[in-house]
Design a binder for this molecule. Structure first.
Ligand code: NAD
Length: 469
């Protein structure tokens, strides 16, 4: 299906108000609460993803030059697995959970019940434009909410596919896709939502949070940052280099959890230069521009930003770039100054600087002296180094031996801390995010065991209360 078969509605402030009012009215009817409705939405989404795979793969290729395999592994297949995991466990996750009651309140029953929040807004970015729009949508629907989804205008082909297909397969009374950029998002942010789930950069994250504050709306902010890949001598560095290269150069480095830079302890730095060079050649051949498996930079603005960082070190491998093709070769830089631009800002492109530190103490000081990253990766053979990294550093997630794969474990929460964001999702954590956990206490009126707590207080009542509380 070609892109121009899709009709893009340009929303205005009035359109935003009308959309949110309509979804709120749907939510009020209780239409989205039954488990059967939620499961039916998830199954419909699953069918769409599996039966129209090629439409999504084509859109992702148009936007980002992604190979069909990478699109499947990182986006479509990921989402299908997330839906399956949710469908498998949803009954259990939604079951009220019993809580014990203190002696002073007995007899009584206490439990927690999850209830949907209402109408939620999901704002998605361009780098995994399908995954990062639909993974939160899965959680929001599973929790029984109405949803306004705002895909990224920076990935227009995927945005158009979502705007075309979602209203056709999901309940249009409960799910709306609003396409557009800053004016449309601003119009949406003026509305009152019951939760806003934003994925993108921290500057816009602050705008979202300020807008949400006007309505006291809770937010999840899935942001980015510089995720280090720490490498210690003594680890299997050839394998470490292959895995770091895989995590870094997929999607041409435009992955929020990609290793941003290598933090090499001692001699590991020199060895990594050679191993990373080999790994890049193995994966993308002598000329990555000709590899079908290597992506492109999303647009000229981002190309100019990333290309500007190429000069910030000695080029070990790569460095070639072509603005017309939005191509930047997988590049490794060494002898990088920790104060240079490439080490100050999130790279979000296919440049991998190697920074050297003398020992683990210096590595930990380097990490903890900067903003808390979305992920920390470490390649080490030492159990004591692992223990120290767990105890002495803070990051959204920590993975030993492999980058980015923590996202593929549905039981693990995904989210940042500090500058890398707030809140978490995936699997049951999505349900936590998009539900309110309501406490329910049920105490029978008879026998009236609370008599002892009513005034007037006597010495006897006082003694009893002090004993039982
Ligand atoms: P982007 O430009 O697509 O922006 C994200 C969303 O914000 C879009 O829907 C866009 O329309 C909206 N937006 C942009 N400017 C706005 C404004 N002024 N007001 C209101 N809305 C606005 O994506 P991006 O921010 O360039 O994405 C890259 C960043 O996102 C990186 O920092 C990356 O690390 C981070 N990221 C984080 C995750 C995660 O899961 N934690 C995932 C992907 C990307």
């Amino acid at each position: 299906m070609s892109q121009d078969t899709y009709v893009n509605v340009v929303p205005t402030a009035a359109h935003a108000t009308e959309t949110v009012t309509r979804l709120r009215a749907t939510f009020q009817t209780g239409h989205t609460k039954p488990l059967a409705w939620r499961k039916q939405q998830l199954r419909a989404l699953r069918t769409l993803l599996t039966e129209h795979q090629e439409v999504f793969e084509q859109a992702l290729h148009t936007d980002l030059g992604k190979s069909a395999t990478e699109s499947y592994v990182m986006e479509i297949g990921f989402l299908v697995a997330e839906i399956d995991h949710t469908l498998r466990h949803l009954d259990r996750w939604l079951r009220p959970s019993r809580v014990s009651v203190p002696l002073s309140l007995m007899p009584a029953r206490a439990s927690t019940v999850r209830e949907p929040l209402g109408t939620v807004l999901i704002i998605a970015p361009w780098n995994y434009p399908l995954n990062l729009a639909l993974a939160p949508l899965i959680g929001a629907l599973a929790a029984g909410n109405c949803v306004v989804l705002k895909p990224s205008e920076v990935a227009p082909a995927t945005s158009a596919v979502l705007a075309h297909w979602l209203p056709r397969v999901l309940d249009p009374q409960a799910v709306a896709v609003v396409e557009g950029g800053v004016p449309e998002t601003t119009a949406l942010l003026d509305q009152r939502f019951d939760h806003i789930f934003y994925t993108g950069n921290g500057t816009v994250g602050r705008i979202v949070m300020a807008a949400a504050a006007r309505h006291l709306t809770p937010v999840t902010l899935e942001l980015g940052g510089k995720s280090p890949a720490l490498v210690e001598p003594g680890a299997d560095l050839a394998t470490a280099a292959r895995r770091i290269a895989w995590g870094k150069f997929m999607n041409a480095g435009q992955t929020c959890v990609a290793p941003d830079y290598v933090l090499a302890i001692g001699e590991a730095g020199t060895e990594m230069e050679a191993h990373l060079t080999d790994a890049i050649r193995e994966m993308y051949g002598p000329d990555p521009a000709r590899s079908n498996d290597y992506g492109r930079i999303i647009n000229e603005r981002h190309f100019d930003r990333v290309a500007g960082l190429l000069k910030d070190g000695r080029t070990v491998v790569g460095g070639d770039h072509d603005r017309d093709a939005r191509y930047i070769a997988p590049t490794v830089l060494a002898d990088v100054d920790p104060d240079s631009a490439v080490m100050r800002e999130e790279i979000f492109g296919p440049i991998l600087p190697i920074v050297r530190v003398p020992d683990l103490d210096a590595a930990i000081a380097f990490i903890t002296g900067r903003d808390k990253p979305l992920a920390l990766y470490a390649f080490t053979a030492s159990k004591s180094s692992k223990r120290r990294l767990i105890a002495e550093t803070s990051s959204g997630g920590l993975a030993f031996g492999v980058p980015t794969a923590q996202l593929a474990v549905p039981g693990l929460p995904f989210g940042g801390v500090g500058e890398s964001g707030m809140g978490r999702y995936h699997g049951s954590h999505s349900l936590d995010t998009f539900s309110h956990t309501k406490s329910v206490l049920d105490k029978p009126l008879q026998p009236d065991t609370l008599r002892v707590t009513y005034p007037p207080y006597t010495r006897r009542k006082d003694r009893v209360l002090r004993r039982i509380m």
